[in-house]
Design a protein around this ligand. Structure first.
Ligand code: B12
Ligand code: SF4
Length: 405
């Protein structure tokens, strides 16, 4: 599924609000990419082209796809058609601001959220690039200015939903975001680099106002892209209450951290239209959960999975196998644990994508899996050395007997 480019649409809305003329171009894999880019550039004659780099790779250790190659084609087509300044941004770019800039041969990039930084960069370019570049901007030629991560989310505009009425991607669920940031520090995670650690929230009223506008455009299926819909719990409940009161008849999915869920939240989520949750418990072994720095235990996962099942909400489970400390026994324990919950779907991933500035990256250096100067742009994975031969074969064998979703 190709998700709608929600982050890029947020940046476009803020840039329009700042007084610039903006054209948003989505590039689903099914279209003639070069033709669409050339035709749009020739029509619009832009001064600046922003490119959203969402995915660096598909995090698939057995057969990784390096998706930055696609971005390289997009950059090359823009360069061949226009003298405009090219600016990179997006979740994937933000994890690798220096190496992705160098790999794609682009002059400028913005790490983190773009709603404030991109219009500020446009003004800086208009002023002839005088003085220091705005916070968060990476330049090929100068050291970066540290980024500012603390904007009041209610001050940032949300995309105009009519944007999607004619999009090829509009059959997908409409992304909606109520929070940014995650303070939970799982050892492998890149979210704090992308969004920061503190949780920043939109007011529930503002989220529901936007959902109402989108609903009025005819869309009813949504996906909360918040990393942890239930954190903080009181906020999640308040948001659900406001959605219920607005009587929008929505159907939505969310990502839930398997702790800090109580029967009241589950009931509110169900009444507000939640039909599916992703439960990223990742392991069914207590020592491995501690290694991953998860704040929950197996008993909590089971209790929460049962609560959602009883409320008629579908549960997608996730296992991430091969972490530091993983053994054959802990793998078998995790598989049996996940099977025991009779989830609606289970995704089993072998090997953890190693991201820069994470505790996992340090462990991988210590264990001799990567060199200390590897910038990790090309996908590298942590798979505990003693399981390197056995684990992929074990999961392949399991999949052949019992295909997973
Ligand atoms: C929700 C989510 C999903 C959902 C999407 C649902 C939907 N309907 O949108 C689902 C589950 C489908 C999904 C799937 C995948 N995902 Co995902 N997903 C996310 C998540 C949690 C949030 C993304 C989001 O919408 N954020 C909200 C918007 C507002 O933020 P944003 O996009 O970052 O945009 C802001 C900035 O980046 C910036 N910005 C964005 N574009 C631009 C452009 C310019 C020019 C500028 C200046 C700034 C700028 O400004 C924006 C507004 O502030 C992120 C993790 C994260 N915290 O970012 C991972 C993440 C993006 N996913 C990731 C991956 C790998 C995938 C998959 C490949 C997994 C897989 N193996 O299938 C697929 C790919 C799907 C696809 N075809 O693209 C990785 C990408 C990194 C990488 N290794 O490449 C991330 C970062 C998770 C991670 N830490 O590993 N994903
Ligand atoms: S809960 Fe999710 S977003 Fe937060 S640190 Fe852990 S993996 Fe990352």
């Amino acid at each position: 599924m190709t998700p709608l480019p929600f982050g890029l649409a947020c940046v476009a809305a803020a840039t329009e609000r700042a007084g610039h003329e903006v054209q948003l171009l989505t590039l689903p894999s099914t279209i003639d990419l070069k033709g669409r880019i050339r035709e749009t550039i020739q029509r619009q004659r832009p001064d600046v082209i922003g490119i959203s780099v969402r995915n660096i790779d598909d995090q698939n250790m057995p057969n990784p796809r390096f998706l930055l190659e696609n971005s390289k084609n997009v950059v090359a087509t823009c360069r061949a058609t226009s003298p405009a300044t090219i600016v990179l941004g997006g979740a994937g770019y933000s994890i690798f601001p220096e190496s992705a800039l160098a790999y794609l041969g682009v002059d400028m990039g913005i790490q983190g959220e773009g709603e404030v930084a991109f219009p500020a960069l446009l003004s800086w370019i208009e002023r002839g690039k005088e003085g220091p570049a705005p916070p968060g901007v990476y330049l090929a030629t100068r050291p970066p200015t540290p980024r500012a991560c603390g904007a009041d989310l209610d001050a940032l505009p949300l995309p105009d939903p009519s944007l999607w009425l004619h999009s090829e991607l509009a059959t997908a669920r409409i992304p909606v975001q109520s929070r940014r940031g995650c303070p939970l520090d799982c050892i492998y995670c890149s979210t704090s680099i992308i969004e920061g650690r503190p949780v920043r929230r939109r007011s529930p009223a503002a989220v529901v106002h936007w959902l109402t506008e989108v609903r009025q455009c005819g869309f009813r299926d949504f996906y909360f892209v918040d990393n942890t819909f239930n954190v903080p719990l009181a906020y999640a409940k308040e948001l659900c209450r406001k959605i219920i009161a607005a009587e929008l008849g929505l159907d939505w999915w969310a990502i839930v951290y398997p702790k800090w869920v109580d029967p009241e939240l589950v009931e509110l989520m169900s009444k507000a239209g939640c039909t599916q949750v992703s439960l990223g418990f990742e392991s069914g072994s207590e020592p491995v959960l501690r290694q991953l720095n998860k704040q929950f235990n197996c008993a909590e996962v089971v209790t929460i999975a049962v609560m959602f099942r009883d409320a008629g909400i579908k549960r997608n489970g996730f296992l991430l196998l091969g972490a530091p400390g993983e053994t054959r026994d802990s793998v078998e324990e995790s598989l049996a644990f996940a099977d025991g919950m009779q989830l609606d779907a289970l995704k089993v991933t072998v090997g953890l994508r190693i991201y820069p500035q994470t505790p996992l990256a340090l462990m991988a250096v210590t264990d001799g899996l990567i060199s200390p100067d590897d910038d990790l742009l090309f996908p590298r994975f942590y798979l505990t050395p003693t399981l390197r031969d056995w684990l992929p074969a074990r999961i392949a064998e399991r999949d052949s007997q019992q295909p997973t979703a």
